[in-house]
Design a protein around this ligand. Structure first.
Ligand code: GDP
Length: 484
């Protein structure tokens, strides 16, 4: 690559303003050093405090990672069944749950929690994701060694509400007083946190329970949510979060760019596709079309929603519908637009490509429409499928502008990585095309689709007014909350 589309010099700062630690092996993770050349937006630099915390985290991770004596000791404690106070290394183990976008958001949330609480994040990566991501931390692995781990069948624990923190509380296996003291019986060696879309363990978001959980050496995190915004509701974390992310909407953006880098097999897909189809254009628009659950309508209806949205928000190039104004003389001022479609289905690509084939774009601009795959159905258990899905999230994140689907973590991740406030297609609840086709997002933050509504905490509540200033109901989901 000789030049970048945004004109930033290649060598200027390949480690994203100090966000990434130096000294890792380039060859084993090319994307870590090359991603910077592909992103078009750099809206937020990391705060000095975030950098300090990240470097401290990396040092802690090295001290406590698998392979160290401290790790071996902590595993022995886990085997013995009770937590011990004052252990230097405490862990949060990320467990896989749901699709790739969901997983990336729960990883980012789990990592943030580890930053806030002095824990070490280890990932139980299943075979379907074996080489998707690079090792994020210098000099130590983040992979949990699954063989010989004292908690059996970690990858298949599932939702397990009966083992959740809430049920431990109900069964008095852990007793928490108002000051967060976990009283007798002895604190269990691990606690399983059920923080998925059903949000079983709501007490997790109370200060008193955070104090109690701090005494537990191992936490197993089972979540498919971006629960990070809900950490703001805990007084102990609020000030810290403010200092880490002075701009609220930079949280997921910086966490994802720090933590997740596609491994070389995925990076090969990404770069081959980008240079073949997207790089030649002067502008890229990513369009992500996802239909899941109750949010399905016939393809023609969805297509019309996309066009109505595009007209409302001025996203895709309009066409001269008469079709006779084109002079064939080429693009206006050399402007060319590449529209990248990410979707499980081929129809939208066909329809959009025909649109710009049969009609000239206004101003005579050249418009290319591209779609890397149409896998037809989600196949999260398959590595090759997941590699393509991840490649498409990153390709979307290299766009100047994004049109994404509501309720989709796939789209949320792309926008956060891109540093773009997307336009979000509103879901077709009950299979009905919504009257308002889409909304501009207030921030690049993902929606926390299941905040812990209704939880009653005894610890001091955070300043509600302050919360209201930076937490808002999501554009695409009335029960969800997002930072802005
Ligand atoms: P969400 O379900 O939209 O929140 O996103 P997830 O990423 O969690 O789960 C959807 C999964 O379906 C993805 O991880 C992919 O496996 C697959 N998928 C959905 N949309 C696409 C797409 O546009 N391209 C590809 N390659 N896969 C997709």
């Amino acid at each position: 690559l000789t030049a970048m589309n945004n004109g930033v010099g290649v060598a200027a700062d390949e480690l994203l303003g100090g966000l990434l630690a130096p000294g890792m092996d380039r060859g084993s993770c090319l994307s870590r050093y090359q991603l910077l050349r592909y992103f078009k937006h750099f809206p937020y630099a990391p705060s000095p405090y975030l950098l300090e915390k990240l470097r401290a985290y990396e040092a802690r991770h090295r001290r406590c990672a698998p392979g160290t004596l401290l790790y071996a000791e902590a595993v022995e404690r886990l085997r013995s069944g009770h937590s011990a106070e004052g252990m230097e290394c405490r862990y949060i183990v990320w467990l896989p749950f749901d699709g790739l976008g969901n997983r990336m958001l729960s990883m980012a949330s789990g990592f943030l929690y580890a930053l806030l609480t002095g824990r070490v994040l280890l990932a139980a990566i299943p075979p379907d994701s074996a080489d998707l991501f690079c090792e994020p931390f210098p000099g130590a692995t983040w992979l949990l060694p699954l063989e010989d781990f004292p908690v059996a069948d970690l990858l298949h624990l599932g939702a397990r509400p009966e083992q959740s923190y809430t049920s431990l509380l109900a069964k008095k296996k852990i007793v928490v007083d108002v000051d967060g003291n976990a009283t007798a019986p002895p604190v269990p060696a691990y606690v399983y946190l059920s923080l998925g879309w059903q949000m079983v363990d709501r007490p997790f978001f109370c200060g008193e329970h955070q104090l109690a959980l701090a005494k537990v050496n191992w936490l197993m995190l089972y979540s498919d949510l971006y629960f990070a915004p809900s950490l703001y509701t805990i007084t102990e974390f609020q000030d810290e979060l403010r200092r880490l992310f002075p701009a609220k909407e930079s949280m997921s953006h910086l966490l994802l760019r720090y933590l997740l880098h596609p491994g070389n097999p995925v990076w090969g897909l990404v770069t081959r596709y980008y240079h073949s189809y997207l790089a030649p254009a002067t502008r890229r628009i990513g369009v992500q079309i996802r239909m899941a659950g109750g949010d399905t309508v016939p393809a023609d209806d969805k297509y019309n929603q996309i066009l109505a949205c595009s007209r409302q928000e001025h996203i895709l190039p309009e066409t001269n519908d008469g079709g006779n104004k084109t002079d064939g003389g080429g693009s206006d001022g050399g402007s060319t637009t590449a529209i990248l479609i990410a979707s499980l289905y081929a129809e939208y690509y066909d329809m959009l490509r025909s649109r710009y084939y049969e009609h000239a774009a206004e101003g005579g601009a050249w418009v290319g429409v591209f779609q890397p795959t149409h896998e037809e159905r989600q196949a999260t258990g398959k590595l090759v499928h997941n590699r393509k899905a991840l490649a498409e999230m990153y390709l979307l994140s290299f766009s100047e502008e994004l049109l994404t689907s509501g309720l989709s973590t796939f789209g949320y991740v792309s926008s956060s990585l891109a540093g773009v406030r997307p336009t979000i297609l509103l879901p077709a609840h009950g299979h009905k095309v919504p009257a308002t086709p889409c909304r501009r997002a207030v921030s690049m933050e993902p929606c926390n689709l299941t905040p812990p509504w209704g939880v009653k905490c005894t610890a001091k509540a955070v300043d509600g007014e302050d919360l209201a200033r930076h937490l808002k109901v999501c554009e695409d989901w009335g029960k969800g909350l997002k930072l802005f």
